[in-house]
Design a protein around this ligand. Sequence first.
Ligand code: PYC
Length: 334
Amino acid sequence: MASKTFFCVDAHTCGNPVRVVAGGGPILIGADMSQKRQHFLKEYDWIRKGLMFEPRGHDMMSGSIFYPPSNPENDFGILFIETSGCLPMCGHGTIGAITIGIEEGLITPKIPGKVRMETPAGLVQITYQQTNKKVDWVKLTNVKSFLAATDLTIVCTGLGELIFDVAYGGNYYAIIDPQKNFKGLQDYSAGQLIQFSQEIRTKINLKYSDAFIHPENNTIRDISHVMWTGDTISPEATARNAVFYGDKAIDRSPCGTGTSARMAQWFTKGKLKLGDTFIHESYIGSQFIGRIEEEALLNGEKAIIPSIQGWAKVYGYNTIKIDDDDPYAHGFQV
Ligand code: PYC
């Protein structure tokens, strides 16, 4: 019988979980994190399943593993492991991983307060503020984000025809804004939004098959996340969202890649300008501060470079064993 032990540090970013595997992660081969991600998916996906799914994880669980950088100018590389697979980029995961990495001494940036992090989606630059041993906040400058399509349609059982936009912020998002058949996320429970999302994500990826492939990295494709929008809770928030990911999760944080995608949508539609602050509120009311840092071009098309600022809290150490004789060694989903 074989047993493998993983030393994990657990935290949450604005309410959404982050589990950093500080020891026990596999050695990966590849010239960059995108290639290392492919290696992980081929050989080691059981680690993700064992650590993210029940009984060791749960529907919202999300984590990461640190790797040496491919380019010595950068501080480290990161592999995101989630219930949904290995996301190319994860915003709440980055805020949590940096907080854990700095507070627990797992990463030592060349320049204190600044981190250059390699992700499968590209280089992400980060600043953070630390007081004594605690990280107060983390701000990441995300990958180029863009509006990919507008006014597409899909039929959702129970709602009827929905009009939606698609935007990229490190993952592809279907964004459903309030409209005739959907008055806003405030009218629905998380369970209802999950049920709608499961149905329409599958239908969208069938109807618009091969329509959403990243222009610079064809391993990043298809709608992985569904964002429902609606009324804010707090008067200082610019907007609110409920992001569906994995099979049954609604992000408890305002979702970093989702906030980036939504800022790209607003920017292209003329609702947000360079330098504007965008306070994005989550389903539970926690907030990220978004900002459009730069205008950019991607494949000749309009894009933005957004930043996202948020906080995370470390809450525990978790030594997790995966034994071959455990029938649920690789987790399960119900
Ligand atoms: O913050 O980018 C994010 C994210 C993706 C999935 C859950 N959170």
